[in-house]
Ligand binder design. Structure first.
Ligand SMILES: [Zn+2]
Length: 364
């Protein structure tokens, strides 16, 4: 059966009215039209650029510093990994991934701890859920370069992630990074999360991107930007520890940060929650809803090479979502999405041109 829907393709500079025709849930055409329906916004899908999906099953209210809660080898998270079996935690992780998809997150990038077993666990979850692309950055099980393990990790993931500079010998880290890059995989690291770290050491390691940069000075950020290293910021994760990232400085320097939700036992991996908090936290600095929306969409597509629906090439085989607007909200779509977005406003999710049945799932 053929169906026709009208809506506006979102582009930061202008909105393009289109008609989408589907037949048996498959998109058969997307064409520009004169009929403007501002009550439906067509977006290529959200990107949650930093998660730790595997720690969802840790059901404990955490108290302590970043080091005490999440640093290897004895942070609370790692203790809990040893106490609760992977299989027990898998169910919560699966719900978290389904929850992300239900709010229009079509891509996420995960730091998966626990070595090969941890990566295999997430791959197994992903193989059972259609419609969301999870890119796995595998974290080695120990803070050393075990070539056998790293070889296995990069054969089953998109790259290597390490927890932080502090836990590693710099030469070993440098070798690990070179090995990963030679295998044409990504390399990434948490940086300056709870205190300022040495930016020159970071540049020596040359990761593809860092997560946090919370305690970076303007000079640090300028050096990071100069070296083409991307930044993922996680405002809720920072706020949990009483910290706020220098987002305004990043934007002023021309950095185009990505947005992530970080540890799942502290923040549910909701991009709407992350966008809303980010908006409220940084609004007074002059950051607007458009900047925040870009962090969860276009900045991520560009930095991570994520294929997306794009004007004027309205390819019918692309992934996109439709977001419901009221007439009132249509005048400021970014504000409505960023500050008032919820999963029930996601009307449809099209994966590679095929309409998916909506999941009605909760994170917990
Ligand atoms: Zn993290």
């Amino acid at each position: 059966m053929k169906e026709s829907t009208y809506g506006m393709v979102y582009d930061p500079d202008h909105m393009i009215p289109v008609e989408i025709v589907t037949e048996d849930n498959r998109v058969i055409s997307i064409t520009e039209t004169n009929r403007e329906d501002h009550t439906r916004i067509i977006l290529p899908g959200f990107v949650n650029a930093h998660t730790h999906i595997g720690d969802c099953g840790i059901g404990i209210e955490p108290f302590g510093t970043v080091k005490e809660l999440v640093a290897p080898p004895d942070g609370l998270k790692h203790k809990m990994y040893r106490e609760v079996s992977i299989h027990e935690r898998m169910e919560y992780s699966r719900k978290a991934v389904e929850g992300m998809l239900s709010e229009g997150i079509t891509h996420f990038i995960d730091f998966r701890e626990e070595g090969v077993d941890g990566t295999v666990m997430l791959r197994s979850i992903l193989s059972g859920i259609e419609g969301i692309e999870g890119r796995i950055m595998s974290v080695p099980s120990l803070q050393n370069f075990d070539i056998k393990e790293v070889n296995k990790l990069i054969s089953v993931s998109q790259g290597i992630a390490v927890s932080g500079l502090a836990e590693w010998d710099l030469d070993v880290l440098s070798t690990l990074r070179k090995f990963t890059k030679n295998a044409k995989k990504k390399f990434t690291i948490h940086f300056s999360e709870d205190k300022r770290e040495d930016v020159e050491k970071l540049i020596e390691i040359a990761p593809d991107y860092i997560v946090h940069g919370t305690f970076c000075t303007e000079t640090d950020l300028a050096r990071i930007h100069e070296h083409g290293i991307k930044i993922v910021v996680c405002p809720r994760a920072n706020l949990f520890f009483g910290n706020v990232a220098p987002l305004k400085v990043m934007l002023t320097l021309g950095i185009k940060p990505l947005l992530g939700t970080d540890n799942c036992f502290i923040n549910r991996p909701s991009i709407f929650a992350e966008m809303e908090l980010s908006y409220k936290l940084f609004h007074h600095t002059g950051i607007d809803a458009r900047d925040i929306l870009a962090m969860a969409t276009f900045n991520a597509y560009n930095a991570m090479g994520i294929d997306h629906l794009e004007y004027p090439d309205l390819d019918i085989n692309k992934t996109f979502i439709t977001f419901r607007m009221s007439e009132r909200d249509a005048k400021h779509p970014e504000y409505a999405i960023v500050n008032f977005g919820t999963s029930d406003r996601i009307e449809d999710i099209f994966i590679n041109g095929l309409k998916k049945n909506r999941l009605s799932t909760t994170y917990h």
